[in-house]
Structures are given as C-alpha cells and as structure tokens.
Design a protein around this ligand. Structure first.
Ligand SMILES: [Zn+2]
Ligand SMILES: [Zn+2]
Length: 441
C-alpha cells in the first residue's frame, strides 16, 4: 500500500476528476507515475530519468565516430581514455569509467585532474587528457545525453598548445598595432614566421611545413601571387613526427598580397625547393614547445613590459647581507632554494635581481601589450582582420583558413561575423527590382 501523499498536476478539470476517480477506484493503491500514465497519457517509462551511459560506454561509442583524426591520434586517445576510466577507483562513485555521464560534475573533473597530477603528470600532459575528455563530453552534449559539459565547470586551465580551432579556447585578437609591437619584440629569426602566420591564418603545424615549392607566382590567369597550404607536421602512431599531406578543405591554395609574396621569396632564397622555410635553428621541424619557450614567451613578456612602469624587482635593499639567496626567499626555477651568495647590499643573488622572468607591467599605457597571445592567436587575429572587412564573406574566410566545414567557422568565430542583415534586405530589394531599401552603413 502506498501510504505517502503524492501530487499529480492536471491541465484541465476533466483530467483532475479522472485522476480522483482513478485513485478512488484503486483505493489509493496507485503511484503518481501510474496515475499520470493512465490519465494524462504519459508513458510510465518516461517518468523515470533515462539512464545515461557510463563514461566508458560513451567513449567506446564516440571515439569510432570521429572521422578527422589520424590513426596515431586515435590510438593515443584510446590509451588516455582507458587510463581516465581506471582513475578515482577508491572514491565514492567508483572508477571514473563506471560513472554515468549525468552523474559526473565539475567537481569530479577537478578530482580527476588532481589525481593525474598526483601521479606525476605535468600540466602539458594533463591538458591532453583534459582535451580528449572535453571532446567526449561535448559530443555527449551534442547527442542530448547531458545538458552541459562538466569540464566547463572545473577550474582547470589548460596549457596553450592547441594548434587547431576547437571553439572553446580563449581567443586573443590583436590589433595591427599590437601585432607589430609583438613582432618587433620577437627575435629576428622569428619575425617572418609571425608575419606569415598572421597574414595567412595558417596553423603552426602548417606554417612550419611551408617550402619554396608552395609559392605560386602570378600568371596571366591569376595576376595575384598564391600560396599552397597542403602539408602539416603530424604525429605518427609511434609518436614520431612526419610531414603529412592535409586532406579535404584543409588543403588550400590561397591568394596572397604582393608584400607577403616578396617576404616569402626572401625566405626562399638559397633554399632547395623542398627545404623548410621556417626550420628550427638547428634545422628540421620547428618544435612548438621550443618556439614557445625560447622565442614566443620572451617576446610576449617584453611586449608586455612598460618602460615607464617596469615590473617590481625581486631584490630588496639589505645592509650587511649574509647567507645564501635561498635563505632570503630566492628560488630556482625548480622551486628549490637558491644556493648562490647574496649580491652585496640586497637580499638576492645577482641572478635573482630584477623582475621575475615572466613578470609584466600592470599599467594601462599605450604602446604596451596588455594581453597574452599564443602563436595560435595569430590565426584568430587573421580571421578577425578578415571579418573586419565587410566585403569578405564567411565562405571566403572558411576556405581561406581551411576549416573542414562552415559550421566550424560559425562555431569558432560566430561572434566576429559582421551583421549582414542590412545587406540581405538590400539584396532582396534589388532582386525584386525595388531599390528603395537603403543599405545601412
Ligand atoms: Zn639566487
Ligand atoms: Zn606604463
């Protein structure tokens, strides 16, 4: 017997009377769900929350449906997902893989990331785990299995190594002035790379794969110079890098301006047709991590420092200073106390004087960079510059930067797209022979 009171919501009085009659006929021996099912036509199956698949079941369903990843990437994802599934086994809720998608919260993601960290993984590696998990949950959201991606509710900040547009990364868009400011802070051997990146929107893996062969001189039919973007550095199944041919719409022949053509010709000088235009200092593939550490980050820090308001130095004056730098708080990059002797008169050694390596100004002066772009933001910037011109269509942008579909362009850059409502109205007016619809400025 069901002794507890339950409530049934009825749309109409007729429904209400029907429910009352039914409950009386059953002498109260009826659940709300049953009453609803009979009177209101609801399916009793629906009354229960539909169970979502476990994380393990879901990724086994999702991963084989991904169509644009290399066999190497697929194998890596598989390994990473398997490892994620076995984690948090000692916790309430059991191993991560056995939990239902709907039961996984941002807190669980946070615990998972801390567990990975406790296993000795660095932020770069954790970012890879996080990214694949993010994609898996995103697919579940798109399939309607869950309302939102729990990864979005964790406070994890991924390492910025992304080479492609994913739609959820933070975009930094540079103005022309900001770009040149940063450009001039780069080491001379990296300035052309930056300009080619922002002028083509090519991915890091694509720009670093360019060769003199990819330059197409103007012809009678094509009076403007062009550039092939048809190869990219990829990672094979065994983890080694190779130059792969891009497929589908990622492969593209873009029209470029004369100044860029001349710059690329200068870069091609004294090179064989299949030499890399932008190689590592020692030759070979330009390695993203090295480029970040040795070229990009120092340039960004430099551009973010104001001559009038430099970041605070680490050292403080100290009379008759004695002992080591570490005893006064000086730390090596690995976090251990610095063993070096103090510089006379201050509480730091001579290596730990001046601002910290990564410290930047906090003023708002003009002529100083106030945001931290990544190399990939040069691609974002390129798209922003394209969209700033109302004559450049979304299709043109999508093709230029080699998005697989227009939907990617829309998802990633929708916010940048100019409002074309006035142009659409005008076009329809013209098409009907009524030119009265004015094109708003
Ligand atoms: Zn020191
Ligand atoms: Zn300043």
């Amino acid at each position: 017997l069901h002794q507890s009171k339950q409530y049934v919501e009825c749309d109409t009085e007729d429904n209400l009377l029907e429910v009352v009659a039914l409950v009386e006929a059953r002498r109260g021996n009826i659940t709300r769900d049953e009453a609803e099912a009979i009177v209101l036509g609801a399916d009793p199956e629906d009354a229960e929350e539909p169970a979502t698949p476990t994380f393990r079941a879901w990724w086994h369903e999702w991963l084989p449906t991904k169509t644009r990843i290399s066999p190497g990437t697929r194998a890596t994802y598989k390994q990473q997902l398997n490892r994620l599934c076995s984690m948090l086994a000692d916790e309430k809720g059991g191993p991560f893989g056995d939990r239902c998608l709907a039961d996984i919260s941002g807190l669980d993601i946070g615990r998972l990331i801390n567990a990975l960290r406790a296993n000795g993984l660095g932020n770069k590696t954790i970012t890879r785990y996080y990214s694949v998990m993010f994609s898996a949950f995103n697919a579940a959201v798109l399939q309607g299995l869950i309302a939102k991606n729990p990864c979005r509710d964790s406070d994890f900040e991924r390492d910025q190594v992304a080479d492609d547009d994913t739609g959820e990364e933070d975009h930094v868009y540079l103005t022309s002035e900001e770009f040149w400011l940063l450009h001039d802070c780069l080491a001379p051997d990296s300035q052309n790379f930056a300009e080619v990146s922002v002028a083509t929107g090519a991915r890091f893996s694509e720009t670093s794969a360019l060769t003199p062969m990819d330059l197409v001189r103007p012809t009678a039919r094509h009076p403007l110079p062009r550039l092939w973007i048809r190869r990219a550095w990829k990672r094979g199944e065994d983890g080694t890098w190779y130059l792969g041919t891009t497929k589908g719409r990622q492969k593209r022949l873009i029209t470029i301006d004369q100044a860029l053509f001349e710059l690329l010709q200068r870069c091609s000088k004294a090179k064989e047709p299949d030499d890399l235009l932008f190689a590592a200092p020692a030759g070979g593939r330009l390695i993203h991590e090295n480029f970040m550490a040795k070229r990009w980050n120092p340039a960004v820090v430099l551009a973010m420092r104001c001559a009038a308001h430099p970041p605070a130095p680490q050292e403080r004056p100290l009379e008759d200073a004695a002992g080591t730098c570490g005893e006064h708080g000086g730390r090596r990059t690995d976090g251990k106390p610095c063993q070096a002797a103090l510089k006379p008169g201050v509480d730091r050694c001579r290596w730990h004087c001046g601002p910290e390596r990564e410290a930047v100004s906090t003023c708002e002066c003009l002529g100083v960079l106030h945001q931290r772009p990544t190399p990939h933001d040069l691609r974002h910037t390129c798209v922003a510059w394209l969209f700033a011109d109302p004559t450049v269509t979304v299709i043109a942008v999508s093709r230029f930067v080699g998005h697989a579909t227009m939907a990617v362009t829309d998802t990633v850059y929708g916010g940048l797209m100019p409002s074309t409502e006035a142009a659409a109205a005008s076009a329809l007016g013209r098409a009907r022979g009524r030119n009265s619809v004015a094109l708003a400025a």
